[in-house]
Design a protein around this ligand. Structure first.
Ligand code: DLL
Length: 444
């Protein structure tokens, strides 16, 4: 087991070099063994996967190498919805120890069930993730993701306890109180969405608290929504913390994977998950560095197995060994979702690209909103963005020239003309959970 040294008092780390530094050949052999077992199990015991494999004319005996995974059919979020709430589960209810339910912002909610082993593997994954960003038993970690049906709060909670850290289960909301706790309990690390981190930074400023000077906070583990490299820089500069990207989805268990201290890609635990990146249109596998749709097979999940799950997130992979020593595949920061991509007058635009472009302009704050509408036959994009308090001016000329500069920057970086509206600091909505950056009126 990864957590081999857990006797009380002993340094409890989640770094096992036999797993993290495993050779590519050994990792592939391990993945193949898991895949083979999984496919036989599903063919024999899961009506859903049995029917899917039959329809695709593939039998477990046809899986003779890891590359043969391409013979297996895909599965989609829609499959979970069609089988709501738990028709895709394997095993009986007596083996389940937990449910989580996704918010269902894009349709019917999906329900995820966990066996005890599932919860254990999930906690170990998060523990490995927190270890890889340099956290350990000396840390005091505030979990400011929502606790409850959302996987963020409890997922990070159990992982943080596994590394022996002291957990502050703050959940979301009551931001001033959260900042007081960070000060009073000498919190060293926080886990929340990047938008909530920004909200905390703003709130602490209003309270006259400088996070880098007046608190011990040094690490932030941010995820659950897309954010850009520029946003990372802003957050790091604003708060003095080192900000790491954490990724996962409820169907895969919840938050699972993070960057390491090198901040150069999200490490996937290859003994638990096998990733492919596909051309979203043809379904063909892409090579390292090529951006496409992430497809994940969870190799050891029990209650709700996931084989070739097309999550809909866009990324690329890198299979070179990281300078930190971990040999497993890394994926790049998620660029957005296939279905988040706006097509404006034929041009593909991701909200994360807009964010990146806006943050190149020093006068602009971090909060923005994209509104898409149709004017006659033409798509129209309006980007509404907050000014920094220092950039706010009542000189019309200054504001007009800044507005033009923003429009030119967007055009230069995205090749699209957009209307720009500059709004005062604090005007746009703030989010404790996932931010909603796009209003597409074309589909309303
Ligand atoms: O958001 C799990 C999670 C909790 C991840 C806390 C990280 C931290 P869902 O609610 O099922 O699960 O949403 C999953 O959110 O498919 C992505 O589109 C998006 N997402 C999650 N993490 C990131 C990230 C949780 N680091 C969906 N960057 C995913 C970009 C992310 N998008």
């Amino acid at each position: 087991t990864v957590l081999s040294s857990s006797t009380p008092g002993e340094q409890m780390t989640c770094w096992d070099p036999r797993i993290e530094e495993i050779s590519k050949a050994d990792l592939q052999a391990l993945q193949y063994r898991h895949l083979k077992t999984l496919v036989y199990k599903l063919y024999s015991f899961s009506q859903f996967y049995h029917d899917r494999m039959k329809a695709a004319n593939v039998h477990p005996d046809d899986i003779r190498s890891l590359d043969d995974i391409v013979k297996l059919p895909f599965m989609y979020k829609q499959d979970l919805r069609d089988n709501y709430p738990n028709k895709m589960f394997l095993g009986g209810q007596d083996e389940l120890v937990r449910y989580h339910v996704s918010s269902g912002t894009t349709g019917k909610p999906t329900v995820v069930g966990y066996t005890q082993n599932d919860l254990n593997n999930w906690a170990v994954s998060v523990a490995r993730a927190l270890t890889s960003v340099g956290l350990g038993r000396k840390d005091i970690i505030q979990i400011s993701y929502g606790y409850g049906l959302f996987t963020g709060g409890l997922g990070l909670h159990y992982g943080a306890e596994r590394i022996g850290a002291t957990v502050v289960p703050a959940s979301v909301g009551n931001t001033e109180r959260q900042i007081e706790l960070i000060q009073d309990l000498k919190v060293t690390a926080i886990c929340c969405t990047p938008s909530y981190m920004l909200h905390m930074a703003e709130t602490s400023e209003k309270m006259g608290i400088d996070i880098s000077r007046d608190t011990m906070l040094r690490t932030a583990v941010l995820g659950a929504e897309p954010w850009s490299e520029k946003m990372r820089k802003r957050i790091q500069e604003l708060t003095g913390v080192k900000a790491y990207d954490i990724y996962g989805t409820s169907e895969l268990s919840g938050p699972l994977f993070t960057e390491c201290t090198e901040q150069n890609g999200i490490h996937i635990w290859g003994d638990l998950a096998y990733v492919e990146v596909l051309d979203p249109h043809t379904g063909e596998q892409l090579g390292p560095g090529e951006r496409g749709e992430l497809v994940v097979t969870m190799l050891q999940k029990e209650a709700l197995p996931m084989v070739r799950y097309r999550i809909g997130d866009l990324t690329s992979y890198d299979d070179s060994t990281c300078p930190c020593g971990r040999s497993h595949v890394r994926i790049s920061r998620i660029a957005g979702r296939v279905d988040d991509m706006l097509i404006i007058r034929g041009i593909n635009v991701f909200p994360s690209q807009v964010e990146h472009a806006l943050l190149t302009i020093p006068e602009l704050g971090e909060h923005f909103q994209i509104e898409v509408d149709r004017r006659g036959a033409l798509d129209n994009m309006l980007v509404r963005v907050e000014l920094k308090p220092t950039a706010f001016s009542d000189k019309i000329d200054d504001m007009m020239s800044l507005k033009h500069r923003v429009a030119r920057t967007l055009h230069g970086m995205l090749n699209i003309s957009a209307d720009v509206e500059l709004v005062g600091p604090g005007t746009l909505a703030r989010y404790e959970g996932k931010a909603k950056r796009v209003v597409d009126r074309r589909s309303i």
